[in-house]
Write a protein that binds this ligand. Sequence first.
Ligand code: 3HC
Ligand code: NAI
Length: 708
Amino acid sequence: MSDQAQASVVQTRREGDVLVVSINNPPVNALGQAVRAGLLAAMEQAEADAAVRAVLIVGEGKAFIAGADIREFGKPAMPPSLPEVLNRMEASDKIVVAAIHGPALGGGLEVAMSAHYRLALPAAKLGLPEVNLGLLPGAGGTQRAPRLMGVAAAADLMLTGKHLSAKAALAAGLVDKLVDGKDATDATAAGLAYTNELLAAKTAPRRTRDIEIADKAAALAALDTLAADTAKKSRGLFSPLKIVECVRAAVELPFDQGIAKERALFVECLNSPQRAGLIHAFFAERETAKIPEAKAAAPRHFAKIAVIGGGTMGAGITVSALDAGLTVTMIERDAESIARGQANVEKVYNGLIAKGRMTEEAKAATMARYTPSTSYDDIRDVDLVIEAVFEDLEVKKAVFKELDRVCKAGAVLATNTSYLDIDAIAAATLRPQDVIGLHFFSPANIMKLLEIVVPAKVAPDVVTTAFELAKRMKKVPVRAGVCDGFIGNRILAVYKQAADYIMEDGASPYEIDEAVRGFGYPMGPFQVTDLAGGDIGWATRKRRAATRDPKARYVEVADRVCERGWFGQKTGRGFYLYPQGARVGQPDPEVLAIVDAERARKGVTPRQFTPDEIMRRYMAAMVNEGAKVVEEGIALRPLDVDVTFLSGYGFPRFRGGPMKWADMQGLDKVLADIREFAKEDALFWKPALLLEKLVAEGRDFESLNKAA
Ligand code: 3HC
Ligand code: NAI
């Protein structure tokens, strides 16, 4: 990095006795090499200048400092290192003050903790979220936070990755003072006033490293419990236990040895595949909003919306919309249904009240923006409609005809269909340019994923409006094309089929679920079926029966289970038994007997599958269909497939998503597996052309993400 770049990202100026060091590295003042070098140079400048008696550190723009530059991870180290810069800062004989007005996260908070005094403005957010990236605070954070805020609170901050408000940070001892103000200019003014006060009082530097941790024996005992707890809770994650180890070092070792330990464990985390997976996930989630329509069209205005249908999805979508500050009119078929729809919405808020997370007044204020109705005439002036009625093309077409009749020109008309042809739904109106898919996931007020399904005739500003809605609702949007099941459910259908084949060939549903959990999913596919209700998939299979390729292998086990009325948790049994409404199922010998009977009927001699063999097939099916979805343009990029599975299907985040997983395995290995499985069933295991092409060219999915 040139001196010029360094100078422009870290600027210094004298204000009386104080050297003001301001970091100006948009968008979030990440601590890239130039910033680190600039900070080091600023400290050298301060030390060399006898007229400087104090240093004030501030961030320009919205953030104080959002942390290390995540883009540098995985690349060769570029000196100076952040720990080196911060040790130098802390060691300074001139007092160093940090004034925090926005995010001070990760390395950003580590900068602040290495300063001698800290003040915060109301919008400050302080945290050590490295754990979310598979890391631990690696610039002294694990050693300084326990000294400043106590062992338990520091461990909690690092293990949860949560952000503290300015007030909470003051209470926790992370900052010394709260002041009013809102931006970088206010922070500089307040910081200068505070620094001058400290100088006037002849205050000496106060180094965090010198703080003694109180009651070490009790702290160590608490850490034993925390380690056991963390091992249980962190489900295969690597960095949480390393964080606990670092905190233990903070208690047991002198500061410099603690720092050395932290460095060693930080490097282990940095080199772990989980770091690569989690950082891929971080960037991928921010990339999905970058769509071709974004440049072409600004979103349409929306404030009032309508939701058609008050069932499971309609109610969840209504809650999401109300929580986003929108006004919602819900339409149902009749008085009884609308009463049920309203009750479904209120149930969510009553649950929050029962848990002490909402007040009656807040519920009343929210429900004041909700209007129940059975008449389409009440939605003449809404800006956007989301239809969530039964999954039946004819019913949906009838609803859209009605919407076409009553809605004002320019209203966005969206459907929450899971599988149906949105081009056909759009064609039921005279305004297909306004029709789009908004595929929410259940429960819609909780699940983050929103597939935005773009039919052929939709106008670009309808697409950007959908992305704007996602943002307002704090959802993770993914742009998808029209096909049966869009991105997520289409791929799900294929790997679910692979799971069925593995089951019929020899593994029990329980072994498959266990292997999938062992990979990092919270649940296996048969548990998911039981949770969602087996009848839903059964209906889909019946719908598809007529168009199913007669040569394709079809496993009847799930149908046999459904024929007995065993739809999963809601009926007390499915693939598992749920005695007395239990939420965790028990294996059912009768289901195993059904599987055996089906094998016998088909003449299948069962064979053994190790968890690894199960996962190789399960993942190969997922990746192969993912590649087809990208090849056909249903997903814009492989990363869109990754985000769909991370946010909507419980795919383990530390693996980055199925396509990232495939890259990390090596696409040639995945393709070789598919070709081997194809020897048993060439129709199902037909390699995606895109996968073959990438392997032939020695490329990976990431190369497509970059090219897009
Ligand atoms: N490094 C590089 N780029 C970053 C970054 C970082 N630490 N944090 C954010 N960005 C980028 C984003 O990728 C995005 O880029 P884009 O515009 O090209 O897509 C841009 O900054 C804006 O980010 P957001 O869209 O997330 O903006 P928000 O305003 O919604 O959120 C934020 C701001 C709360 C700061 C959020 O970006 C965030 O949580 N960032 C990550 C914070 C973090 O994890 N810090 C720890 C880093 S690891 C570390 O510090 C190690 C140390 O201990 C040694
Ligand atoms: P549901 O059966 O719980 O609710 C449907 C509601 O629509 C019922 O309350 C019904 O009275 C109402 N309705 C039916 N016809 C209507 C009409 N003409 N006008 C007004 N209201 C009408 O169904 P659910 O699960 O909420 O599904 C709704 C849609 O969401 C379906 O298209 C489904 O595929 C989709 N979806 C469902 C998911 C799930 O997990 N349940 C996930 C994602 C999408």
